[in-house]
Design a protein. Structure first.
Length: 259
């Protein structure tokens, strides 16, 4: 088994259009080792989300994608939709900034997590329900039984993000891609989610690509960090090294924004 759960090499992404070609990602190379949390930082528009969408094969036909991306040993670029579905369902999960947009307001959250599990794994409804309860316990929702029957609007932002983490974990992925999952939360809830993610990495066979524009969060959570600027990774290494002696001017500038 490879010790790398995500390997991106020389990734280039362009969005061709009649007016102008947007060259969003330029020769991006990064990896996530098994069992670690890699922070991907950079200002808005630097290419973090496009990189993560490429890693999941989610960019669609409007994007031109070149390079190599391996998720748990499986090549992503130029795969059929059926193959991508299979990889997404079993190897990798994703959580986003706003959990509301990922949930259907008309269905109870327990049912939605159960459906996600049943879509990618063959098992009985009873078994699925049991696993969802366990996942709700794993993410420390105060009362899994009550949470199961709640509608999205009946939960706080922090609780909903826990539901999304449960939805991601219930399929037992090896890689979790988290795109600014704490940005919309207030600081105390943010700290709780960070603690939870650390705990899950220690307990489960999980590795995380954690996208943020916040170096403070990187310092609290991540093992290594990659800094993106204008579609390129300009610097990467262990968090302690990069924060102590940044080698790229952009990283130094970014550090001045940390209180
Ligand atoms: P970040 O997540 O770091 O804020 P993004 O990855 O979302 O940045 O965007 C990187 C660049 O790619 C930006 O210039 C953005 O405008 C461009 N971009 C992203 N998605 C598209 C798209 N579907 N079509 C055209 N340009 C896009
Ligand atoms: Mg983004």
């Amino acid at each position: 088994m490879s010790d790398k759960v995500l390997e991106i090499r020389n990734l280039n992404v362009t969005f061709p259009s009649l007016e102008r070609n947007v060259h969003a990602i330029r020769n991006c190379t990064l990896h996530v080792n098994r069992g670690e949390i890699l922070g991907l930082v950079g200002e808005s528009g630097s290419g973090k989300s496009v990189t993560s969408m490429a890693a999941l094969g989610l960019l669609g036909s409007s994007a031109r994608v070149k390079g190599n991306i391996r998720v748990v040993g499986r090549e992503i670029i130029d795969r059929s939709e059926a193959e991508l579905q299979e990889i997404r369902g079993r190897k990798v999960a994703m959580i986003f900034q706003n959990p509301f947009t990922a949930l259907n307001p008309f269905f109870q959250v327990g049912r939605q997590v159960m459906d996600a599990l049943l879509n990618s794994h063959f098992m009985s409804k009873e078994e699925a329900r049991k696993r969802v309860f366990q996942a709700f316990k794993d993410v420390r929702l105060p009362d899994p039984e009550i949470a199961f029957n709640r509608y999205p609007h009946q939960m706080s932002g922090g609780q909903l993000q826990r539901v999304m983490i449960a939805m991601a974990l219930v399929c037992e992925p090896e890689l979790l891609i988290a795109d600014e999952p704490t940005t919309a939360l207030d600081v105390t809830v943010q700290a709780q989610i960070i603690l939870l993610l650390r705990e899950l990495v220690a307990k489960k066979n999980l590795s995380i690509l954690f996208i943020t524009h916040d170096l403070g969060v990187v310092a609290a959570l991540c093992d290594r960090v990659a800094v993106m600027y204008a579609g390129m990774v300009v610097e990467s290494g262990p968090v302690v090294d990069v924060l102590a002696t940044p080698s790229h001017p952009y990283t130094s500038a970014l550090m001045k924004t940390v209180p």
